[in-house]
Design a protein around this ligand. Structure first.
Ligand code: 5AD
Ligand code: SF4
Length: 474
């Protein structure tokens, strides 16, 4: 079903209509209706889910952690790799029992999976208890989808996202000190392995004044870590470019750090590097996906840069900011990747000395150019390469972390460790996890920790001092 603007009534009208019904529900049941939101995938999806939860709350739903007791279930799916889709489908399958037990429950599926026709067909035909789907560009139409489903309209599979950006969608943030702020949506790059441009549409950037307003409000209410999100933030373009946006946001008063992700190596001008160096409010962390260490494979991936260009960015970055934390994404087993290509990746990993890498086994995505390429790599070869890559990087990560031994680092406290309430976890500006003992320290505070143990994935240390922000007791 495609929608055009003629059918569009304001999101807030539908919010009010559903809230009215939910008031009646509450009056008859003695409790508000409950909503459950389940999220798969990347930070963009987490940010989208905060908007789903915000819209649900505005419609009069109370959020719950239990699908079994809820009246509205929304599953926010990911399509970037096959595994994520299979997992989502398997969980959606389990919700059949909830619908059988309580036929009044509404089940909606949104996110990247629902922008693909073959998945819509699958949900339509094999998951009859799914009431609606909503592709990412139509997320703000959740209240309308819920209203129509509550009104007994037949199942709708919403595609045909408008390209325009809807501001002021209600948001319910998970954290009181860490926030996502989407600065743009979609992607124009069409890397040959990637589904994202096919499911999230073309690039569109928010006005810098809207972003400024959102970030300033967050800082004023005590947020300390703000991550600007986009598939390729470097190509942010509205009334200003990305470097200018960063500068504008750094002019906001307050003690906070700006993070951003993700960057594309073809779009990192020197001016961006100097903007980072000149503004202390920008976190000393750069996530710069490399994907492969072979120029032949990079060309086949349609990445439009060479390993030499990539290394030149790293050099410039480290010349100005020697301690900057650099992380990357690597795909192993792209079609046609030979042993020599893979050795090229290991070689650049040794030279680049990333603090951490996110490594992925290539996963065939429907309708992408790489799906049709010859020489798909056998699973056993992909797994073996993945193991070798992660073993190499683990030793480098550990060595890099060991450079912090006996140093004191500032961390933003995230909370008690799951297994031991005496141990707290926090993150450095570069995103490294630090564990330390403390009697009582609130999430969202800053603490200074002297590092006494360093592993590949975590640092350990002793609390030196703590500064309590956000709590009115500095
Ligand atoms: N297979 C494996 N990894 C992928 N990524 C994107 N598409 C695929 C795919 N088809 C990885 C890239 C990207 C990260 C978010 O996910 O490394 O940077
Ligand atoms: Fe996918 Fe490439 Fe766009 Fe990143 S830049 S979302 S990898 S197409």
């Amino acid at each position: 079903m495609a929608f055009n603007n003629q059918h569009f009534t304001d999101m807030s009208d539908y919010i009010n209509l559903v809230r009215e019904r939910n008031r009646e529900y509450e009056a008859s049941c003695g409790r508000p209706p409950l909503a459950y939101v389940l999220t798969f995938g990347c930070q963009q999806n987490e940010a989208d889910s905060e908007r789903i939860a915000g819209m649900a709350q505005s419609m009069g739903y109370k959020l719950t952690g239990s699908a079994e007791e809820s009246d509205l279930i929304v599953i926010n799916t990911c399509a970037v790799r096959d595994h994520a889709e299979k997992k989502a489908l398997s969980i959606i399958g389990q919700f059949k029992h909830v619908k059988n037990a309580r036929p009044g429950v509404l089940i909606g599926v949104c996110g990247c999976m629902t922008a693909q026709q073959h998945r819509i067909d699958e949900l339509k035909n094999s998951y009859p208890y799914v009431d609606f789907t909503l592709e990412p560009a139509l997320l703000h139409r959740l209240p309308e989808a819920v209203f129509r489903a509550l009104s007994g309209e037949k199942r709708t599979f919403w595609v045909g996202g408008e390209e325009k950006i809807i501001e002021d969608v209600p948001v319910r943030r998970e954290s009181s000190y860490k926030a996502w702020v989407s600065i743009m949506y979609g992607c124009n790059n069409f890397c040959s392995y990637c589904i994202v441009p096919h499911v999230r549409g073309r690039e569109r950037s928010r006005d810098s004044s809207q972003i400024y307003r959102e970030v300033r409000a967050l800082v004023e209410s005590g947020y300390k870590d703000i991550t600007l999100l986009g598939q390729n933030v470097n190509s942010y373009k509205s009334d200003c470019d990305f470097s200018a946006l960063l500068k504008k946001l750094c002019s906001i008063d307050g003690d906070f750090k700006l993070h951003f992700m993700t960057s594309h190596p073809k779009d990192v001008p020197d001016s961006l590097i100097s903007t980072i160096a000149e503004n202390e409010k920008i976190a000393r962390h750069f996530h710069l996906p490399l994907q492969s260490g072979s120029d032949r494979i990079l060309a086949a991936m349609n990445r439009r840069y060479t390993t030499r260009h990539y290394m030149s960015i790293l050099e410039k970055l480290r010349a100005l900011l020697p301690d900057i934390v650099v992380t990357t994404d690597i795909i192993v087993g792209f079609p046609g990747e030979t042993d020599e290509d893979f050795e090229g990746t290991l070689d650049i990993i040794r030279r680049a000395r990333f603090d951490m890498i996110f490594s992925f086994i290539y996963s065939k995505r429907k309708s992408t150019p790489a799906e049709r390429m010859e020489n798909q790599i056998p699973p056993a070869v992909k797994s073996e390469r993945y193991e070798r890559l992660t073993a190499l990087q683990n030793s480098i990560s550990k060595e890099k972390n060991r450079q912090l031994l006996d140093k004191t680092v500032k961390v933003l406290v995230e909370g008690e460790s799951k297994n031991n309430p005496d141990v707290y976890a926090g993150r450095t500006e570069g995103g490294k996890i630090v564990h330390f003992k403390a009697e009582s320290i609130l999430p969202g505070s800053y603490a200074y920790i002297k590092i006494n143990r360093a592993e590949a994935f975590a640092l350990y240390g002793e609390l030196q001092n703590k500064i309590l922000y956000n709590l009115g007791e500095n």
